[in-house]
Design a protein. Structure first.
Length: 420
């Protein structure tokens, strides 16, 4: 009798455990949690009424939004718990002047490579070559991966409230990550709500808007685990490579971010030494939601600031094409009237006035050559660039010094040597 009773209790406990395990995370509605009919709720309602698009990559359906019709495109990448509409306040602002894209990462995606494949397919579908990127948290990490893998397609990038490639996150969450697959979805959801109430919302000045929105975001255990795997997925970043260095970068951070350790914030700024940095004060991890006006203004200024590297490259391109085509007018657009050329001849310094260089170009005529920028640095109004001319039977390396004048960037000196 006792054995039968214990067996029934055991079976009951198993049923209860299975029942708890199968209980999905509760779904909530933003407009019920945030019944205030203000600008924020009305703008979100209008935005969510707009149609989205679908594209299938390797059997996985991606949902994304595309709007606007500007000549430049901004790709918005959400964080670990987000979706495409996380950026509604930025999209509404920027689609008036830009083409904008925002997607929802499918729950089956669990690596940076698979994420990149989906993004590239969306860009291909929308016939977009070069673009700006704004990524936050996990999205900022994905943005860094895109910079490392397709730098020539990215014109500007924003790393918002994010972290660099690191071992710290995986190390600190080693035990938790092993337990996650065995926890019921509802338990993971409740733990997330606890973090929300104790850390995230207080850091954002107890924003009711932020709380209602975050709680209403779609959530599943599978999504959470796979997105965590993306966060700890490793890749190598080489920020000193020219095609990466030349991309203007903006780091947005908060001085009280409860989800990004100060150590990782410092590592991010150390990795991207040439990046601009904007620090929010007491706005937490989601300033683009609870401080949208300030956030949008920062983005606007960044996107509308000239890329100094692009400006210098235009001058160097005039030098390249002018020399190859023996086009003196184009060369004169590149060089200052006071420029000199320097090289070594018989172990002595040889100084060539710019007019003598023009005479030699006129004499030698059109040349077949492959040209390239090998590296470059810009500090204020000074630039130093290393370039290469590869002719059929010889090659030259140039070190160019440029100054920014009222006419734009001008080459004031060229030091060159034969390298082959």
């Amino acid at each position: 009798m006792k054995r039968t009773y214990l067996k029934r209790i055991f079976i009951s406990l198993i049923i209860i455990i299975i029942g708890i395990y199968l209980i999905p995370a509760p779904k909530t509605n933003f407009f019920k949690l945030y019944p205030i009919n203000d600008h924020y709720s009305q703008s979100l309602k209008n935005f969510q009424a707009k149609p989205t698009k679908e594209v299938t990559i390797n059997g996985i359906k991606w949902i994304y939004y595309v709007g606007g019709s500007g000549s430049k495109t901004i790709l918005f990448i959400h964080g670990m718990g987000g979706a495409y509409n996380l950026w509604w306040q930025q999209i509404i602002k920027f689609e008036k002047s830009y083409k904008v894209i925002s997607y929802t990462l499918p729950e089956d995606i669990n690596s940076l490579q698979k994420t990149s494949e989906g993004i590239l397919k969306i860009l291909e579908t929308e016939k977009i070559d070069k673009f700006y990127v704004v990524g936050t948290s996990m999205g900022g990490y994905i943005a860094q991966y895109l910079v490392s893998t397709i730098p020539d397609r990215i014109e500007k990038v924003v790393f918002g409230n994010t972290f660099p490639p690191n071992n710290l996150i995986a190390k600190e969450n080693k035990t938790k990550s092993k337990l996650l697959p065995f926890l019921p979805e509802i338990v993971i959801s409740k733990l997330g709500e606890k973090t929300l109430d104790k850390k995230i919302i207080p850091a954002a000045k107890n924003s009711k808007l932020l709380k209602a929105f975050l709680v209403s975001l779609p959530f599943s255990k599978k999504q959470f685990i796979n997105r965590y795997n993306i966060v700890i997925d490793k890749f190598t970043m080489s920020p000193t490579k020219y095609n990466i260095k030349r991309i203007p970068k903006l780091i947005i951070e908060s001085d009280n971010d409860p989800l990004i350790q100060p150590q990782l914030q410092q590592q991010l700024k150390k990795l991207y030494k040439n990046a601009s940095v904007y620090t929010f004060h007491n706005e937490g991890h989601f300033p683009y939601i609870n401080a949208p006006k300030e956030y949008n203004e920062i983005l606007w200024q960044f996107f509308n600031t000239e890329n100094a590297f692009t400006a210098v490259e235009k001058t160097i391109e005039n030098y390249f094409e002018g020399r190859k085509d023996a086009n003196l007018k184009q060369l004169q657009l590149a060089f200052s009237k006071k420029a000199n050329l320097y090289t070594s001849q018989n172990n002595n310094i040889l100084i060539i006035p710019i007019e003598n260089y023009y005479k030699k170009v006129r004499l030698n005529g059109v040349q077949q050559a492959k040209t390239s920028i090998l590296n470059g640095d810009i500090t204020g109004n000074i630039a130093n660039f290393k370039t290469n001319f590869e002719y059929p039977k010889k090659s030259y390396t140039d070190y160019l010094t440029l100054l920014k004048t009222d006419k734009g960037w001008e080459i004031i000196s060229k030091t060159f040597t034969k390298t082959n």
